[in-house]
Design a binder for this molecule. Sequence first.
Ligand code: KG4
Ligand code: ZN
Length: 343
Amino acid sequence: MRLLAIETSCDETSVAVVRWDNGRLFVEKNFVASQIKEHALYGGVVREVAARRHVDALYPLIRATEIAPDGSDITAVAVTPGPGLIPALRIGVEAAKTLAWAWKQPLIPVHHMEGHLYSVFLPDPSVPSEPELLADSWFPAVCLSVSGGHTELLVIHGHGMYERAGNTRDDAAGEAFDKVGQLLGLPYPGGPKISLLATRGNPNAIPFPRPMIKSENDDFSFSGLKTAVAVYLRSHPIRSEQNRADIAASFQEAAVDVLVTKTIRLAQKIHPASVLLCGGVSANTRLREVLLTRLRESIPKSIPRFAPLIYTGDNAAMIGAAGVFRFLRGETADPLTLVADPN
Ligand code: KG4
Ligand code: ZN
């Protein structure tokens, strides 16, 4: 089975061809056209600009996959209808509907966060021999899914069987990184820049709060942490590059501490076969490092599996991966009625 997958939920246009063969997943093509440089001029994503750029990029990327023009070498078309920015989502959804209709092929809608979850099961090109991905032995799994729009703790009982244990009550983790980046005078998106700057800073320089770290539930809150950085900067304006790096490292340490502590606590309750990490923020080196260390100390029997670095950000390969399992379950949509859904 070969799937054409399309992702246009935010500021990356992505098209992939994913093959499912003998119980294994192969990423044949995964093209990502990023618009970040353009949105950085405005300090954040401008949805109408995003939609226009998706129109410009989508068809050249589909053509670049070299699939047959009549779709004869494709089994189905997968697309994310949401969550995301509605004008952006619509471009991918309308293209996928048209192709599926014209090619008389099944159309598979994939929730964007389900796509992020399946990114952990994509083969990592930087690892020579991978364990058997997608086997049932990975389940039950606890998954920390952290992106620009979502921060969720999930319990995954099997393919397509998800339970949301925790969620953010306000800002997503990535949103907090981006807003603190702005406060520190860093260009959009702040996440990767904070992560880099923090490598030169002292994570214990400023004791920023760890919101909800002790609460009994599995929810998160990041707006208070962002406000704590803003309040600190009001009375302690940045004095030097070292000082900027110390603030970045201290903020990152607080955010990572909360994310990891709550993931470990849930995993200690569930005793999952594996602990998964995905989403844009999962590219954060410190998060990966601390989660790995604390998992090995506290629940060594659970296997850690983190999204390969090239698939942490938005990409269509992850939509294709989740799409394969939806297709196998017969979860297809009518090309005439599927609509983009921002939530
Ligand atoms: O998953 P993603 O690409 O898009 C959404 O679905 O939101 O996540 C983007 C988010 C942005 O907030 C970005 O700043 C953050 O992921 N991010 C990072 C890092 N790389 C990307 N945050 C912290 N450290 C990083 N290295
Ligand atoms: Zn995403």
